[in-house]
Ligand binder design. Sequence first.
Ligand SMILES: *Cc1c(COP(=O)(O)O)cnc(C)c1O
Length: 392
Amino acid sequence: MSESELGFSSRAIHAGQEPDASTGAVVTPIYQTSTYKQDGIGGFRGGYEYSRSANPTRTALETGFAALEGGSRGFAFASGLAAQDTLLRAALAPGDHIVVPSDAYGGTYRLVNKVLTHWGVEHSIATIADLDSVRAAIRPTTKIIWVETPTNPLLGIADIEALAALAHEHDALLVVDNTFASPYLQQPLALGADVVTHSTTKYCGGHSDVVGGAVVVGRDITVPGFADLEERVAFHQNSMGAVAGPFDAWLVQRGLKTLAVRMEQHCTNAEVVADFLTGHRGVAQVLYPGLPEHPGHDVAARQMKRFGGMVSFRVAAGEDVAIKICAETQLFTLGESLGGVESLIEHPARMTHASVVGTELEVPGDLIRLSVGIEDVDDLVADLAQALDRLT
Ligand SMILES: *Cc1c(COP(=O)(O)O)cnc(C)c1O
């Protein structure tokens, strides 16, 4: 059977993970080595020379990512932002322009606004769920339209297929940060996107025990000037060196093997939590793409397998009560990050999105974001109920 005929979990468990050639080890070992013996000068075994350039544990993960996203090649990095930085610097030059979503991940916006600006890259902000807003932000120098969907923390939905067509009409790349959906729920390359990025810290790793990132470059990129993007990312990965270490690569790969079963449970639990919140008197609005009243519901239903594990909601009584609720849950741990097996609660305006207060990316103060884990859902609902019933 060729790899492309295999289902998602079969690829997650097997792609790039042949039993180890020297021992038969079923799990790709953690090749904790910086360098490799050469059989005569330049006689590399399997192409391995030095672990910044390539390491077998990382290669296994990179091969797996390419197979899961349906891309031509995957690259693993030390963090999601290292992945994004490497991609952006490989793709852009001074004078180029990028369109960034109005509720982009705060760190992505900071990278574009506070770092790349100094290197001559220009940007505009667009409401990514609104094609006209994106179209209006495009300039003759636009080389990338950057998309997150669902977005963080407002869970907006972007139409990947429509945005890919718009980007290509203007000779720009469509890059999708697929962190929130994970490759199990959404495969942007199949919808026309050119590149996918991940913070593997989140659902891909899935156990809150590793920080990592990935870039997957699509097959046969037709945007003028980007046919060699894969080589450029490979060159920049080695030249900039922000690679995933062997142990981190191994942890992410271990996470990917159970991604499908974890995502199913995250989605099931999130649906129950969203329903509970929708019916609670203290909640002004629930933001979850699985709810029929969500403005992006139809697009999400078309491009995602299910609706994900992230749920945000606005507290009717306002910011002060929202802050108190975050401190009063017990099973939902107060903390940043998301996508792990354990449920997390946070207040975006004061925590993950504090760096964008006062900018166009500011989020409402009455907003709470939940990363719904895979604990027993009755316990999760009971935990939210005790906090909400008392404080609202
Ligand atoms: C966490 C996150 C990032 C950044 O990844 P790190 O691994 O923290 O560097 C980028 N995009 C999204 C959507 C994220 O949630």
